[in-house]
Design a protein. Structure first.
Ligand code: ZN
Ligand code: ZN
Length: 138
């Protein structure tokens, strides 16, 4: 655990971030979960360990982590912003019953040919979102 903490601090520093307890704990929390939590879910998780975090500090920590590319936003529902510490390219599966979001490896699908886009569209990135029902809801 100690080694893990030191590695994590190194990663934050390598991105030029000042390491604050909030940034550290938010990033550590995100790295241990794969459920793409909202800021509120991270907050309640952190406050179970030690009730010191506020919504504002969690949001600003997420913002800082996002700006340096350690965390990304996942927007698959209207008005709901979720966070992902997996910043490698990947796709998402979303369960329409419980709303669970799971990662799909990038190479699970054949490459999309972006040259076939209609004229006037300049592609920068894409990812696939698969909608369906997860194994818990089937
Ligand atoms: Zn489900
Ligand atoms: Zn993801």
């Amino acid at each position: 655990m100690q080694q893990q903490a030191e590695d994590l601090i190194k990663v934050l520093k390598s991105k030029g971030l000042r390491v604050t307890p909030q940034r550290f704990s938010v990033y550590a929390n995100l790295l241990t979960r794969y459920d793409h939590p909202t800021a509120d879910q991270i907050l309640s998780d952190l406050n179970q360990q030690a009730p010191t975090s506020s919504q504002a500090t969690v949001y600003s920590a997420l913002q800082a982590l996002r700006e340096v590319g350690l965390v990304r936003e996942v927007l698959l529902e209207e008005g709901v912003c979720r966070y992902d510490a997996n910043v490698d390219r990947h796709h998402h599966f979303r369960c329409r019953c419980c709303g669970a979001i799971k990662d799909i490896p990038w190479d699970a699908f054949e490459r999309v040919n972006l040259n076939r886009l209609p004229p006037g569209m300049q592609a920068e990135s894409y990812e696939v979102t698969v909608h369906g029902v997860c194994d818990r809801c089937q």
